[in-house]
Write a protein that binds this ligand. Structure first.
Ligand SMILES: Cc1cc2nc3c(=O)[nH]c(=O)nc-3n(C[C@H](O)[C@H](O)[C@H](O)COP(=O)(O)OP(=O)(O)OC[C@H]3O[C@@H](n4cnc5c(N)ncnc54)[C@H](O)[C@@H]3O)c2cc1C
Length: 323
């Protein structure tokens, strides 16, 4: 089958991939956005009751107003908003189509998916980082009771759960499941709840730990998981706790191998930051651009929707200047 040809192929229909599509459309480029899951797949997989830390205006793209009932929108409102953006701009999006390979060509890039192939002069990677959780790498991690994504509290009612981590996702999961009747123990590598936790959640979790509602082991690590128990290495030695579920809220990382295979280089820093020109977002590979949270490498809290939606204008501005 012959490849479809475009000026620009965008991989990823998250908020920033969509913003790139809008800018491409405004500038008169032919483009397609290819997404392996549903529209804004990462946000779809966030906890059902999550509330964004940004106000809704900061999440807007393509001049489409984002009206939410509270100053900070929730997941449901964000899903509705980005659906509205996609349909009002009539974006050219292919959903449930995974890009498996990208090959360099004299005229640009060949993009191969599980359904088709495409040729494009320029390629934008808006891949996000929400598909690859950091693993604990301990025995028992493959048991079904171990989750790397937290969805909603109901399944954990009356259950003994361990939440691993001390950042926003761990704190939200611990508080929400405890409020819905779970027995919650947090296992935390550091000696405190991360200072970066949302300003309204941090005092809440600190007080729940202080009053003993939620048990927390600081400077500690989970070392073994079995069907009925977990083992924790604490400052006072190893302990075993009765356990029904483990919520490993240990963060996520970008698809480094996929990017490496395209020839993208990484800085020799602790975050493996991909190389790109900050003014144009072009990577070390000509006509291959990076957009959104993927630009931060392992520093996954560096970029978010609010501060990376501008990447779309930078990239398309650069492409326009080359026309
Ligand atoms: C709980 C939580 C709360 C947050 N709150 C806020 C907030 O209040 N404000 C804010 O600004 N940001 C917030 N963020 C961060 C924000 O959601 C992300 O920054 C945003 O989703 C990044 O957009 P993106 O388009 O760069 O990446 P993503 O939204 O992750 O999109 C990347 C897309 O690429 C797709 N993809 C990946 N690989 C392939 C492939 N090979 N083929 C096809 N498709 C592929 C993925 O399926 C995904 O849909 C929050 C994040 C979390 C986890």
């Amino acid at each position: 089958m012959e490849s479809e040809k475009y000026d620009i192929v965008i991989i990823g229909a998250g908020p920033i991939g969509l913003a790139c599509g809008i800018e491409a459309q405004k500038a008169g480029f032919s483009y397609v956005i290819i997404e392996k899951g549903c529209l804004v797949n990462s946000i779809f997989n966030y906890p059902q009751n999550m509330t964004f830390f940004s106000t809704s205006d900061k999440l807007e793209i393509g001049d489409v107003p984002f009206i939410s009932h509270q100053p900070k929108p929730n997941r449901q409102e964000a899903l509705e908003y980005y659906r509205r953006v996609c349909s009002s701009w009539k974006l050219n999006v292919r959903l449930y189509e995974k890009v498996s390979d990208v090959q360099p060509e004299s005229t640009g890039h060949k993009i191969i998916t599980d359904k088709a192939s495409y040729r494009a002069t320029s390629l934008i990677l808006a891949l996000g980082f929400y598909d690859r959780p950091y693993l604990l790498n301990i025995p028992g991690e493959s048991l079904l009771k171990v989750k790397h994504y937290y969805d909603e509290p109901h399944p954990y009612f009356g259950q003994h759960i361990v939440v691993v981590g001390a950042a926003n996702s761990a704190v939200d999961a611990a508080l929400e499941t405890w409020r819905k009747g779970a027995f919650v123990t947090m296992v935390i590598r550091e000696n405190e709840i991360r200072p970066s936790v949302k300003y309204w959640s941090r005092p809440d979790i600190i007080n729940r730990i202080a009053d003993g509602s939620i048990k927390a082991y600081f400077n500690s690590a989970l070392t073994n998981i079995t069907q009925n128990d977990v083992e924790i290495q604490t400052l006072d030695g190893a302990i075993t706790l009765k356990n029904d579920f483990v919520l490993a809220m240990t963060g996520y990382q970008p698809p480094f191998e996929f990017m490496e295979a395209m020839g993208i280089s990484f800085n020799d820093d602790e975050y493996r930051t991909p190389m790109y020109d900050v003014d144009t977002m072009q990577s070390n590979v000509p006509n291959l651009y990076l957009a959104g949270v993927v630009c931060g490498g392992l520093k996954t809290n560096k970029w978010f929707i609010e501060n990376s939606r501008v990447h779309a204008e930078l990239i398309i501005g650069h492409l326009k200047s080359k026309k």
